[in-house]
Design a protein around this ligand. Sequence first.
Ligand SMILES: NC(=O)c1ccc[n+]([C@@H]2O[C@H](COP(=O)([O-])OP(=O)(O)OC[C@H]3O[C@@H](n4cnc5c(N)ncnc54)[C@H](OP(=O)(O)O)[C@@H]3O)[C@@H](O)[C@H]2O)c1
Length: 216
Amino acid sequence: MPLDVTEIERLYAYPTTDRPWVRSNFVATIDGAAHGADGVSGTLGGDVDHQVFGVLRALADVVLVGAGTARDEGYGPADVPIAVVSRRLDVPEQLLVPGTLVVTTADAPADRLDELRSAVDVIALGQGAIDWPAVLDALADRGLVRVLCEGGPSLHGELVGHDLVDEVCLTVAPVLASGSAPRIAHATVAVDRPMTLGHAIASDDVLLTRWVRARA
Ligand SMILES: NC(=O)c1ccc[n+]([C@@H]2O[C@H](COP(=O)([O-])OP(=O)(O)OC[C@H]3O[C@@H](n4cnc5c(N)ncnc54)[C@H](OP(=O)(O)O)[C@@H]3O)[C@@H](O)[C@H]2O)c1
């Protein structure tokens, strides 16, 4: 049964904040797989997850997404600006339109950087690796403080590693998967970040949860 949109907007309202707030939104199977057997995640959570996905986008100032996810899930322009994160600057053609941002390192391939700069807003910060605090400041300078990270696991793992994720919205899909799919945060270095439960709502067989970073 569809949820009441006003109620979802109330439950997922961003906190009032004078600094960038990074919310991530993922769907996972019961056993923690970040994609189904078809290699994508969009089909896992059904209508309720799609509904929340839409509301979260509507509440955000900018969607931050890894180029891998943008390529795999066929991202295109949306009502909210999309900031694509890429080291190689392999950004899907359909995203090369005004309103798109590209986030990369300062030492990304220079020719491609120039090419992209003629089409989209490029934030190139950090040598060798993206300087995430500086990127969040650059987004805030553009008035984009309500950040919605839609993954994928590699990008999310990096943000968790830097302890920059303030909130995780996780839909648990009624699917038991097995296999080798990644978790929703993947990195070579393991960290634990304590979180508090914002809410857990069961809608039919789908569990919608929201977790907030427990900061001192
Ligand atoms: N369950 C969910 O809710 C959910 C959400 C999103 C995605 N997914 C699934 O996750 C899978 C993709 O996983 P993934 O981990 O490969 O996705 P990803 O993080 O979106 O993509 C990895 C690519 O994004 C770029 N990237 C990510 N972090 C970067 C960083 N810190 N610096 C520079 N570039 C960075 C790089 O692009 P370049 O190669 O262009 O340099 C990298 O190769 C897909 O199957 C997708 O369906 C699931």
